[in-house]
Design a protein around this ligand. Sequence first.
Ligand code: FAD
Length: 333
Amino acid sequence: MNDLARDPAFRSDAGPDAASAGMPVLERWLTGPRIAGLPALDARRPPPLLSFEFFPPRTEALEQQLWTCIRRLETLRPSFVSVTYGAGGSTQARTHDTVDRLVRETGLTPAAHLTCVGASRGAVDDVARRYWDCGVRHIVALRGDPTEKGGRFEPHPDGYASAVELVAGLKRVADFEISVAAYPEIHPEAISPAADLDNLKRKLDAGATRAITQLFFDAGTYLGFLDRCLQVGITAPVVPGIMPVSNFGPAKRFAASCGATVPDWLEQMFAGTEEDPDTRRMIGAVIAAEQVRLLQANGVDEFHFYTLNRPDLTYAIALILGVRPQPAITPAG
Ligand SMILES: Cc1cc2nc3c(=O)[nH]c(=O)nc-3n(C[C@H](O)[C@H](O)[C@H](O)COP(=O)(O)OP(=O)(O)OC[C@H]3O[C@@H](n4cnc5c(N)ncnc54)[C@H](O)[C@@H]3O)c2cc1C
């Protein structure tokens, strides 16, 4: 907490003051809660570490879009960029091709997402070995979801049954850096919040060194989760997964499928912009900027962006966080 927030005159935890609605402004100022602004960027602190998530393209046009996105975001010198693995392992070849091209044509550090769905341990290990052989040293290890919407995960008879098992298996293949998923609002299949946290801890104990969270919209949701992580002895970085939203309808459906709460205030901010993409993008930028600034003010210095292969919002928000573009690093060798 900063000094202003400790000052009772600036405490903003009094909540919305219904009685102050409609008051003359000076009376409201004298009697309502006083809201302190977010602190300005501290030029002495290093800019935060960023990572960007992409999905593997399905068509030539989407491939062009992805690479335009990569070329714009690489100037922000992310600590790594990750490429997702389609539900049920459906994008295995496309994920591999994208990661391989990142290794060959950029100076970025790629991380390949890998899931256990529908594959034997041997097959998953082979995919991991191929990544190692082409120079990939970082895996985002996930259990994954089945391809059919709403279907339950059934492990392959000879397969890894959970991300914990996958992390341990990958460590046997090679000394990968491993990131895993974390759920500030609890995984929809978890039997209890405590069991979900215990599962996260076991993934880290099995060899992962970082957790990346499922998307969330209220900064307080993530900050409360950090407290719960600390209470059970999780000390590895738990990096917030930020999804800048520019199209509310699809984002709402996606969030619901992940078990992430879509707050009413978010819906209200986008209301009436269905036919107005420019305004939607501006609103999306403001919302995401406010979210990351609040996290940064609370000491968060690492952010993972779900870019959806679109660079503009992520780029703008990175600049707001104090990151400055630099010439891209050229591929090694
Ligand atoms: C950052 C991030 C990236 C992602 N990328 C992808 C991707 O590229 N491709 C993709 O298909 N999906 C991806 N997902 C989604 C992910 O695959 C799903 O959320 C999936 O349902 C769970 O994967 P997990 O690795 O968290 O599973 P796990 O950690 O294995 O946990 C899944 C659930 O099972 C419970 N559980 C695990 N073991 C036990 C046990 N022994 N007893 C009781 N309960 C148990 C856990 O508590 C949790 O509720 C991603 C998610 C995140 C947050």
